[in-house]
Write a protein that binds this ligand. Structure first.
Ligand SMILES: Nc1ncnc2c1ncn2[C@@H]1O[C@H](COP(=O)(O)OP(=O)(O)OP(=O)(O)O)[C@@H](O)[C@H]1O
Ligand SMILES: [Mg+2]
Length: 423
C-alpha cells in the first residue's frame, strides 16, 4: 500500500509518474528491488523506506488526471495511457491503444514530420521537451507541454514515456498579458509623443510671445530702439527655426550632441530675447562671471531654459522688479547635490527675481512635469521640467531657492569639462 507520496521536485512542468523520469539522461528501468528514486514521485512506506509494487505504479498513474501519461513502443505506437490522457484528449482506451501517437498532432505538424522528429531527439538525447498545439477528439486544439523520455532496457531502446499537460489556460493568460503589455507600451508611446508635442508648443509660445511683444512696440519706437526690437524679434524667430531643425534631427533619430559652448557668450548674444521675455515692467540685468564659462551643452536647450526661467519670473512679479541672470563657477558641497559630479567645479547659471517667492509645498513640486499654480490656459507646468531635463541631460542638476516674500532663484549647475576643472 502506498502510504505517503512525497514530491522530490516541485517543477510540475517536468515529467512525473512512477516509472517515468524527468532527469535528462535516458530512463533505465528500476531494479527489481523496487523503490525507484529516479522519478519525481517516490512511494514511501509508513516506515519511510521507499518501495513500490507494479500495482502501486498503476494506481499512481491512474490517479494523475492533470497529465496525460502514455507508454509508447519504439515506433511511437501507444501501448498504454492513464485517465489524465482520456480527460485531456477526450478519447477512450479503445480508440487510442494501438494507434500511433501522432494522431494527437495537428495535420500541419504531421506533414512536417514533427512526431518522428520528437522521438528521434528523445532517442538521441534521452529526453525531448516542447510546447505546442495538439488536437482533442472533438477537433478542438489545446496548448500542450510535452516531455518524451526514452526508455532503454539492456542497451536497447524499448519505447518512450510521454507526458502531456494541458497548459491552454496558462498559455492564453500569458498571451493576454503580452497583448496588454503591448497595448500599454503603445499608450505610453502616444503619451510620450503628446508630452513632447506639448513641450515643443510651449517653447514656440515663448518665442512667439517675444516676437509679438517686439512687434507691438515697434509702432511707437523710434531710431535705435526700433533696431533693438527688430533684432529681438529676429533672434526669437531664428531660435524657432533652430528648434524646428532640432525636432527634425530628433525625428530622424539623431541624438542631439551637446557641444562646448561659452555660456557667457551665448547669454550675451541672446540678451535682447531675455529682455523681451522679461516684459515691460521688469528690468533684466546680467551678472556674468569673469571666468572661462565653456561647458558641454546644447545651446538651444540652454536658451529655452533661460527663456522659461525669465518667463516664470515675469509671471510671478506683479509689481516692477528686477530679474538677474547670472553665471558663476562653484563646487557643489559634497553630499548636498547627489547629482553633481563629485569633486568637479560646476558652472552655475541662475535666474533670480525679487517677486513673491514660492510656498514650500509649491517649491518642492515646481519641477514636476505639468505642475502649475497658474490658471487653465495660462500655464502648462512644463517650464521648470524643461529646465530640470536640460540640466540633468547636461550632466548637472537644477535647484530652486525660494520662500514667500523672498523672491526666487533657480540655478542650473553644469559640470565644467575636466581640463578646466581648476578654473
Ligand atoms: N519665479 C517664480 N516665482 C514664483 N513661483 C514660481 C516661479 N517659477 C515657477 N514658479 C511656480 O512653479 C510653478 C511651475 O512652473 P513651471 O514653469 O514649471 O510651469 P508654469 O510656469 O506654471 O507653466 P508653463 O511654464 O508651462 O507655462 C508655477 O506655476 C509657479 O507656481
Ligand atoms: Mg513656466
Amino acid at each position: 500500500m502506498i502510504s505517503t507520496i512525497s514530491r522530490e521536485n516541485n517543477d510540475i512542468d517536468g515529467a512525473i509518474g512512477a516509472g517515468v523520469s524527468s532527469s535528462t539522461g535516458p530512463v533505465r528501468p528500476a531494479d527489481d528491488k523496487g523503490g525507484r528514486t529516479d522519478g519525481r514521485f517516490v512511494a514511501m512506506s509508513a516506515t519511510g523506506t521507499p518501495h513500490a509494487s507494479p500495482g502501486d505504479e498503476h494506481l499512481l498513474l491512474q490517479g494523475v488526471t492533470d497529465y496525460a501519461i502514455y507508454m509508447l513502443d519504439a515506433s511511437g505506437t501507444i501501448l498504454s495511457w492513464n485517465t489524465g490522457g482520456q480527460r485531456i484528449k477526450g478519447y477512450t482506451d479503445a480508440e487510442v491503444i494501438g494507434q500511433h501517437f501522432s494522431r494527437f498532432y495537428p495535420q500541419e505538424d504531421i506533414e512536417r514530420g514533427e512526431p518522428q522528429r520528437a522521438l528521434g531527439i528523445a532517442a538521441r538525447d534521452g529526453r525531448y521537451e516542447t510546447e505546442g498545439w495538439r488536437v482533442r477528439k472533438d477537433g478542438s486544439r489545446f496548448r500542450a507541454h510535452i516531455v518524451i523520455d526514452a526508455i532503454w532496457q539492456d542497451g536497447e531502446l524499448v519505447g518512450f514515456a510521454k507526458i502531456t499537460r494541458d497548459i491552454t489556460a496558462r498559455h492564453l493568460a500569458a498571451e493576454q498579458k503580452r497583448q496588454a503589455e503591448q497595448a500599454l507600451a503603445q499608450a505610453q508611446k502616444i503619451a510620450a509623443v503628446g508630452q513632447l508635442t506639448l513641450g515643443i508648443a510651449h517653447d514656440f509660445n515663448n518665442l512667439l510671445a517675444v516676437i509679438t511683444a517686439s512687434l507691438d512696440q515697434l509702432d511707437v519706437a523710434e531710431g535705435r530702439r526700433r533696431e533693438v526690437l527688430v533684432d529681438a524679434a529676429r533672434q526669437a524667430a531664428g531660435r524657432g527655426a533652430r528648434l524646428v531643425r532640432q525636432m527634425l534631427a530628433f525625428s530622424r533619430g539623431q541624438a542631439l550632441e551637446p557641444k562646448l559652448h561659452d555660456v557667457n557668450a551665448l547669454i550675451d548674444g541672446a540678451s535682447e530675447v531675455y529682455r523681451r521675455a522679461a516684459g515691460p515692467i521688469t528690468q533684466c540685468v546680467f551678472e556674468l562671471a569673469e571666468a572661462d564659462t565653456r561647458v558641454m551643452v546644447d545651446a538651444e536647450q540652454l536658451e529655452a531654459a533661460l527663456v522659461n526661467l525669465v518667463a516664470n519670473a515675469r509671471d510671478a512679479m506683479e509689481t516692477p522688479g528686477t530679474i538677474r541672470i547670472a553665471t558663476r563657477i562653484a563646487r557643489p558641497r559634497a553630499g548636498l547635490h547627489l547629482e553633481a559630479v563629485p569633486g568637479r567645479n560646476h558652472l552655475h547659471v541662475s535666474v533670480a527675481d525679487d517677486g513673491p517667492g514660492m510656498r514650500e509645498d509649491v517649491r518642492l513640486r515646481a519641477m514636476e512635469p505639468f505642475f502649475t499654480t497658474k490658471d487653465v490656459g495660462r500655464g502648462s507646468g512644463l517650464g521648470l521640467s524643461q529646465v530640470f531635463g536640460f540640466a540633468s541631460q547636461s550632466g548637472g542638476f537644477a535647484s530652486i531657492e525660494s520662500a514667500p516674500g523672498e523672491g526666487t532663484c533657480v540655478t542650473m549647475a553644469i559640470p565644467l569639462p575636466e581640463n578646466t576643472n581648476d578654473a
